[in-house]
Design a protein around this ligand. Sequence first.
Ligand SMILES: NC(=O)c1ccc[n+]([C@@H]2O[C@H](COP(=O)([O-])OP(=O)(O)OC[C@H]3O[C@@H](n4cnc5c(N)ncnc54)[C@H](O)[C@@H]3O)[C@@H](O)[C@H]2O)c1
Length: 344
Amino acid sequence: MEHVNIALLGMGRIGKIHFKNITQRFPRASVVAVADPQLDEAQFASQYGQGARFFRNPEEAIGHPQVNAVLICTPTSSHADLVEKAATAGKAIFCEKPLDLSLERTAALVDRTGETGVKLMLGFNRRFDPDFMQARQSVAAGKIGEVHIVKITSRDPGLPPIDYIKNSGGLFMDMAIHDFDMARYISGKKVVEVYAKGLVRHDPAVADAGDIDTALTTLVFEDGTCAVIDNSRKAVYGYDQRLEVFGSNGMIQVENNQHHRNIISDAAGIHHALPLDFFMDRYEKSYLKEIELFIDALLHNKEMPVSGSDGLQATLIATAAKLSMQKGEPVKLAGIEAGILESI
Ligand SMILES: NC(=O)c1ccc[n+]([C@@H]2O[C@H](COP(=O)([O-])OP(=O)(O)OC[C@H]3O[C@@H](n4cnc5c(N)ncnc54)[C@H](O)[C@@H]3O)[C@@H](O)[C@H]2O)c1
């Protein structure tokens, strides 16, 4: 491919980030079509200029003859149909997480993209955060020896609207799925068992919506070592994103990125700034890097850095976590995987 001509579907929180990055940063890629049913042509042009054709219907954007890649940034419930349509049209796909809330449909989508031969990348952007990438490189280079324990803390700064929670697929599928992917990425190991506990501590409306706002999940890797992940939808001090990898020869810690690095000491204590507010700021560089790598893989016919199968594994873990929470016992992934293979 000489130039990547993108149809961007969904101009919400994440779609706007990708639109800005692609239009400002990558000379060998352009957004040639955009679709969003909540905008019209005049609104789009006044906010984003005349560079891309605007459609309300995503199928028309996918079918635009110049388009050779589709970025799916729409609500999760629409991902699967749009992936199917883009794959059938033979266009490369970047899809935000998760591919779908149903494990069976996710597995079928990965198969379908395989059959059509289109390239598919999942938006697990945290892999491309400079600090997490550095940590992975250090683990892979053996700098801390054999990995024994991975600890991930991932807490949002505030509860999302209850309507969002109702359609999100739940904390494990919507939020912790990034951490499940991170545990696999950072350790380089396969997860075989999940044990999760979830509860509601912030707002009873979350329970009424059928979800949880607080969770602790243990993942068991194939060699018996573990990752421990804690999640909360609301940390009063801001977006809390930390990682620790402990090994036979040492430890790697990734701390929060703060608004500034000044440390003020006075009679009341020693103070530093709060963490960056939320994902748009904290993961700014990772969004840029993931799109750079997507474009690079298309221009140079390389493997995608996060595959459909990575998406399926994270969805499998999220499904197992929910089941484990409901049953109150550890769940082995092999049993669930066997069930999906029978269903497709
Ligand atoms: N990787 C990350 O860090 C990250 C962060 C936020 C959201 N996400 C994922 O991105 C997706 C979108 O989340 P968001 O927070 O940007 O949502 P959002 O609600 O802010 O935006 C979604 C946009 O898609 C539009 N839309 C709805 N249906 C559409 C369709 N069929 N075709 C085209 N446009 C359509 C809506 O009008 C809206 O503008 C979700 O799947 C979410 O899980 C990922």
